[in-house]
Write a protein that binds this ligand. Structure first.
Ligand code: GLU
Length: 450
């Protein structure tokens, strides 16, 4: 890409799209960041003189590979594996692996790009990366998942390492998959090392890692609420998703006195007007993590409404915590939420709001916490897991939770610092994008042509 010291957003995006065709999610993620950064970059021309923007959208390395595996019937199957090593200016590449049929290069590049800013915001020394496969764990046996993970790691292992690139989980990759991946890495590399995070507690994992993304998002939302003299107490909360992030979001909201009335999966959503209390949550955890069933079964068990093929944003709630996947709130959903009195949206998922939805939130000046700030708790505790692995010690639950809480408060403070507008409104999106950018960009300037 060519570069000029002054940012022309349209020209920049046209060149990016021409060079990276058929990657709409990547274009979307970059566009959002560039819009936030344009004024800041024009006021600080040193970054564009050094072509930082042109460099930061170009992955340092992209690895794509074949993943062959045998299913339980003995048939040969093949999937595609990826690892995007996006930016290592402030630390080893760090970010999750996603196993989902929608995974492609563009999706992983958007996630890796977001991860660079998110990891920078955590205050910990982690670069950005992301990987995964179009493998669908849904409906697969444990043995099939194990064979797939072993084959995936047989290629990935040569590209990663505790000081190079440290993958973790994301959609479709939880404790079971991390176990199989770690086991295979250990066999191939012949060393026991902190090369993955999200490990089991007896073999190098950190307490609070499973809880971290959900807890962190609620801590972040709580900081936003405090700026308005508000709290979760007595609030009705809409949560989407029903995986790891959603589950621990519900747990923390319950602890803070809120009432979660919705959960969803890719087939539909449930609405429980009495709230998903801890007993029901325990059942959801069994349903999703052990039985690996569908959320519809919640409606059958508790006799509540299930809406097939829809998302929960038409229900009435004070706070929305989208925790499923990208682009799950469009402009109309956002308008419905705001019209129904929702005044706080904090993103547990990565890029769950479309650009139109974000426009609605910002125009109405509601509390809007973008994913790269609000859901950074997960990767932050991954960073703490790396530290514990390096010093060969394990911290207590309380210690890790306190560190997580403090990190979320610091991220909130960074957003306030860079995102407060003249009228006092805090644009957390601008705050997160600029705050995340500065640290990485300064490191790139210091390191020369990297
Ligand atoms: N996949 C998570 C994220 O989107 C966590 C990544 C990690 O722990 O490395 O941030």
């Amino acid at each position: 890409m060519t570069h000029s010291p002054f940012i022309n957003v349209d020209a920049f995006m046209a060149e990016l799209k021409a060079k990276n065709p058929a990657e709409p999610e990547f274009h979307q993620a970059v566009h959002e960041v560039i819009l936030s950064l344009a004024d800041f970059l024009n006021e600080n021309p040193k970054y564009q003189k050094a072509g930082i923007l042109e460099r930061i959208v170009e992955p340092e390395r992209v690895i794509m590979f074949r993943v062959p595996w045998l299913d339980d019937q003995g048939n040969m199957r093949v999937n595609r594996g990826f690892r995007i090593e996006m930016n290592s200016a402030i630390g080893p590449y760090k970010g999750g692996l996603r196993f989902h049929p929608t995974v492609n290069l563009g999706i992983l590049k958007f996630l890796a790009f977001e991860q660079v800013f998110k990891n920078s915001l955590t205050t910990l020394p982690m670069g950005g990366g992301k990987g995964g496969s179009d493998f669908d764990p849904k409906g697969k046996s444990d043995n099939e998942v194990m064979r797939f993970c072993q084959s995936f790691m047989t290629e990935l292992y040569r590209h990663i390492g505790p000081n190079t690139d440290v993958p973790a989980g994301d959609i479709g990759v939880g404790g079971r998959e991390i176990g199989y991946l770690f086991g295979q890495y250990k066999r191939l590399a012949n060393e026991f090392t902190g090369v993955l995070t999200g490990k089991g507690i007896n073999w190098g994992g950190s307490l609070i890692r499973p809880e971290a993304t959900g807890y962190g998002n609620v801590y972040f939302a709580n900081e936003m609420l405090k700026t308005k003299g508000e709290s979760f107490e007595g609030k009705t909360v809409l949560v989407s998703g029903s995986g790891n992030v959603a589950q621990y979001t519900v747990e923390k909201v319950n602890e803070l006195g809120g009432k979660v009335v919705t959960l969803s999966d890719s087939s539909g959503y449930i609405y429980d007007p009495d709230g998903i209390d801890n007993e029901k949550l325990e059942w959801v955890m069994y349903l999703k993590n052990i039985k690996r069933g569908r959320i519809k079964e919640y409606a059958d068990k508790y006799g509540v409404k299930y809406v097939e093929g829809a998302r929960p944003w038409g229900e009435k709630g004070d706070i929305a915590l989208p925790s499923a996947t990208q682009n799950e709130i469009d402009g109309n959903d956002a308008k419905t939420l705001v019209d129904n009195g929702c005044f706080c949206v904090s993103e547990g998922a990565n890029m769950p709001s479309t650009p139109d939805a974000i426009d609605v939130f910002l125009k109405n000046e509601i509390l809007y916490g973008p994913g790269k700030a609000a859901n950074a708790g997960g990767v932050a505790v991954s960073g703490l897991e790396m530290t514990q692995n390096s010093i060969r010690l394990s911290w207590s639950r309380e210690e890790v939770d306190e560190k997580l809480h403090n990190i979320m408060k610091e991220i909130h403070a960074t957003c306030i610092k860079y995102g407060t507008k003249e009228n006092g409104f805090v644009n957390y999106m601008d705050g997160a994008n600029i705050g995340g950018f500065v640290k990485v960009a300064d490191a790139m300037l210091a390191q020369g042509a990297v």
